[in-house]
Design a binder for this molecule. Structure first.
Ligand code: ZN
Length: 125
């Protein structure tokens, strides 16, 4: 099995509601997003997926979040725009774009800072 990972960044603000009984007021992050795609078969060029394609998809997706107040983005209505949920959002968007190929989205990691990040790997129950 092969994996291809790209990394992109975006900046956004969020406010988190009721975490451990406490609210986190409005604040911002420079988020780093890593998207990993996996598959077993390389194309004729010896690539699993052209990095440029995965970067373009990720740019399109992060454009929906960049410089936004995440609580107002439709996906996050009624849920906390946590790093976990941002990862799930990006995962779903990449999955939509990759459908119909032999590839799968393996995981999306969203890093809020150098020492705090969350990963979504899809529903593997
Ligand atoms: Zn935060």
């Amino acid at each position: 099995m092969y994996e291809v990972t790209i990394e992109k960044t975006f900046s956004a603000a969020h406010a988190l509601l009721e975490i451990g009984g406490k609210c986190e007021d409005l604040h911002g992050h420079n988020f780093t997003v890593q998207v990993t795609v996996a598959g077993d078969v390389l194309n004729d060029e010896g690539l699993l997926l052209d990095f440029r394609v995965l970067k373009r998809w990720t740019d399109e997706i992060l454009e929906l979040l960049d410089h936004r107040f995440l609580n107002e983005v439709p996906f996050f209505q009624g849920i906390n725009p946590s790093s976990e949920n941002i990862a799930r959002f990006v995962f779903g968007e990449v999955k939509t774009r990759i459908e119909g190929t032999a590839l799968r989205v393996d995981r999306v990691t969203v890093r809020e800072s150098a020492n705090a990040w969350a990963t979504y790997r899809g529903d593997r129950s």
